[in-house]
Design a protein around this ligand. Structure first.
Ligand code: ADP
Ligand code: MG
Length: 336
């Protein structure tokens, strides 16, 4: 009898523990022209994920340059428009990041993004004359803002493609906090946010994709309540008839796809929007420029740079968090 009772107690205890166990939910959506995956653990995990998906779709409707009804399309129409506080604030931040990065990140690069058409079915190699005709349209000075009233100079246009997913990841992080998500992560097409910890209390292990073998990882980094945003030429590109590969990040100073000695840049910090802007900018800057920029702003972010000659540089803040396969494709080197 005693045995039966204790067995019953055991079963009841297991059942009640299972009942209390926080739920793990996953969701995959396609938005902002990319696949997005999310995972959340918590009693309101499902609600948190559906609110996140709704928020991402709302932001896409607001910020997409290819949706006619978006605020960005209204700005690009050439008329003076009044935008939402949210869009005005994001534009202001974009202008700040352009100034901070010496214009290597610049949302007014849109006329060149469109003309090269690397996102489209019909990309085109521009001639030097075509580039020269469009380059004068690039520069934050063409964007005039007075509170929420925005005007662009004639012929100019903006593209928030290098910052919108990062901003969306910041919003998702807020939603995870609001819903009391215990642990989870989102990957918005190369923009990762790791929330809380795994159920064993350890940080989430975030893979930095191998730019030369995108099915594999070049490194793993343990993160908790942080963003890791990667930009690289390998993500979107086209190969011209002569075999030249043109990738999707434009160097605003030349008007052509950036020719970088970096294969990828991962920026790691507590701000998704900034990480997104910086990862694009550092790719354009190249190895030496990226190192110099980090030296000036080392309090703000950590980074992993993967170079054409197979070196993986990482900053001291990642010591003890980063795992690189010994004898793997890349030689890991600490920056200081
Ligand atoms: P992804 O959005 O593919 O993750 P990025 O964040 O690096 O990659 O953003 C690149 C996108 O931003 C391009 O596809 C283009 O739409 C736009 N863009 C290209 N070059 C620049 C640049 N120098 N500054 C700002 N936006 C850019
Ligand atoms: Mg970016």
């Amino acid at each position: 009898m005693k045995r039966t009772l204790s067995l019953l107690l055991c079963v009841l205890l297991t059942l009640s523990l299972a009942g209390c166990a926080p739920k793990e939910e996953t969701l995959q959506i396609f938005a902002m022209d990319t696949v997005m995956d999310m995972l959340a653990v918590g009693s309101e995990a499902r609600e948190a994920l559906s609110a996140s998906a709704q928020e991402i779709n709302r932001l896409e409707a607001l910020l997409s340059r290819t949706r006619e009804s978006s605020e960005v399309s209204a700005i690009n129409s050439g008329k003076t428009v009044t935008v939402s506080d949210e869009t005005a604030e994001l534009l202001q931040r974009a202008v700040q990041y352009a100034a901070l990065t010496g214009g290597t990140f610049d949302i007014t690069v849109e006329p060149l993004v469109s003309a090269w058409g690397i996102h489209t079915e019909s990309p085109k190699v521009l001639s030097a004359d075509e580039i020269a005709a469009l380059l004068p349209l690039v520069g934050s000075g063409h964007l005039h803002m007075d509170g929420r009233t925005v005007t662009l100079d004639e012929g100019c246009s903006i593209d928030l493609g290098a910052i919108a997913k990062g901003y969306a990841s910041d919003r998702v992080a807020q939603i995870f906090r609001d819903y009391g998500v215990e642990g989870g992560w989102v990957s918005l097409g190369g923009n990762v946010y790791a929330h809380g910890t795994k159920s064993d209390g350890k940080p989430w292990s975030v893979a930095i994709r191998d730019p030369q073998n995108t099915a594999g990882a070049a490194a793993l980094v343990g993160l908790s309540n942080q963003f890791a945003v990667t930009s690289g030429g390998y993500q979107r590109y086209f190969t011209a008839e002569d075999g030249t590969v043109y990738q999707h990040i434009i160097d605003p100073s030349t008007g052509a796809p950036a020719i970088s000695d970096l294969l990828s840049v991962t920026v790691i910090c507590g701000n998704g929007t900034m990480a997104d802007a910086y990862s694009t900018a550092l790719y354009v800057m190249g190895l030496e420029g990226a190192k110099a920029f980090w030296q000036q702003h080392s309090a703000d972010f950590d980074m992993v740079l993967i170079t054409q000659d197979n070196i993986l540089y990482y900053t001291p803040g990642l010591q003890g968090k980063l795992t690189v396969d010994e004898g793997g494709a890349y030689d890991a080197k600490l920056l200081s």
